[in-house]
Design a protein around this ligand. Sequence first.
Ligand code: PLP
Ligand code: ZN
Length: 386
Amino acid sequence: MDELVCYACDRRFDLDHRDRCTCGEPLWIDVDATGFDWPDGGPWSMWRYGSLLPVEPPDGIATAAGGTPLVRTPRLDVDGCRVHVKDETENPTGSFKDRGSAMGVSAAVHRGVGRVGTVSHGNMAISMAATAAGHGLACTVLVPADIPEDRLGHIARYDPRILRVEGPYGELYHESLALDAPIAFVNSDTPYRVEGQKTVALEVLETFAPEVPDAIVLPVSSGGQCSGIWKALGEAADAGLIDRPPRLFAAQSEARAPIVQAFERGDDVIEPVEPKETIAYSIGNVDPPSGARVLAALRDTDGGAVAVADDELEQARDDMARRAGICVEPSSAVALAGLRRLCEHGEIDAGEDVVVIATGTGFREPGDAAAVRSTTVDLDDLAGAL
Ligand SMILES: *Cc1c(COP(=O)(O)O)cnc(C)c1O
Ligand SMILES: [Zn+2]
């Protein structure tokens, strides 16, 4: 585990190489999974896969990431396919991002790096700020200058240094990694993050073992999580724990669907798209840094890609609350909305076991008071009203 490797061309680099591969693709950590087996007992946590992970967590909030439930949700079944929700909203800050932050921050602690940073104005900023705070690291968050105040408030709860950056925010992802600054940037798909993100798939596979789910549907933006999941599937196969991978399906909002469009064109590279408005604000990356790697993952697993409209994902968000008791943000509901389309188009069949990843909590969403249905009743009339 002391080298980075390119999934596309197999070139290798030192672990502290900060750039991408010479071919332009993102790197991940080379892990030899032969001989790995599911742990015998031990706590239900992302850290139970120790020999597949590059570092161990120091005491603190990083130990609390992952180990989320996989909930069989019959009331969300679509056309006879069985839905299981991997409830990532139960992470310390309410999103799967905590897995990658836990790994990135743990690695920084081990290497004696006192300062970490990230480029995000959403869940990743909240997650990095919280995890860094829990381990006594200084955290710098680069947000766009015009970030909405309520989102800033959620990030500021953990008191990171917040820099509002003027200028093209999309370029910051690459620029922050290339900066000559004494800060370890843990961006959406940097190698340690991907190691953390892969544990969501390890947990799903271990829960199903010796069976394998037929498909996994997840919301995709930068492609960091999908990369991690694909990597985990490869490692589980190398260890002889699965004989076929679940098919991976990437779901996006129609307003910003560069990966879906590239997949449908049959391309293996991404064309950036013009940003359009959508309520799925956490998955709005119009030029995803791991987009090509996601396309490779979808094709390798015989999966696919699907885009949904805002009204479909609103419906899916409401159904997740009203039929499964799980409160997600709109970006997260894209997965269930996507599954519904995939079933409609016959890409997923009745009888299949499908895992939908609930990536982020809806608890931070403002409620819509105007849409609330309620009845006022006099105390004396209560029995009658009931
Ligand atoms: C970040 C995020 C995603 C997208 O993950 P990527 O790794 O950027 O593809 C999906 N859902 C939610 C709620 C997120 O915060
Ligand atoms: Zn390469």
